[in-house]
Design a protein. Sequence first.
Length: 122
Amino acid sequence: MRKFLLIANKAATAPFKLNDLAGSAGRMDIVCRCASSSLFLSHGIRKDTEFHVVLLGPPNPPKHISFYGSSVRRMGPDERNIASFISKTLSGKKFPGVELRDEGVLETIEAIEYDEGFLLEM
C-alpha cells in the first residue's frame, strides 16, 4: 500500500472557485497535480494507493481529505475535476473513496498509520 501525504499550508479550507485554483484557492492547482500523480496511471486508477492532504489555509483550518484509490469513483485525472471533488467535499458532499476530517498534521499521521511513504509539503 502506497500512502502519500501532502501538507498544503495555504490551500483553501472552504469551497472555492474552479477558475482560480492558483490564486484565491491557495495553490490548489498543486494539490490537484499531486493527487493526480499519486492516484492515476495512464490507463486507470492505482488501487493500492491512498492520497492524503492536510489543508491549512483560510478560513477553517485544518482539514484532512483522503482519497482511496481502491474505492474512488468517477474522478478524472485533470486538475479541474479533482478540484471540483475537493471543493464539493469541503461543502459537505460525500463521494465514494473520498473522506473529510477536521484533523491537523499530527492527527493525520497517527490516523493513517504513516510509518513509511512519501511526505510532500508545499
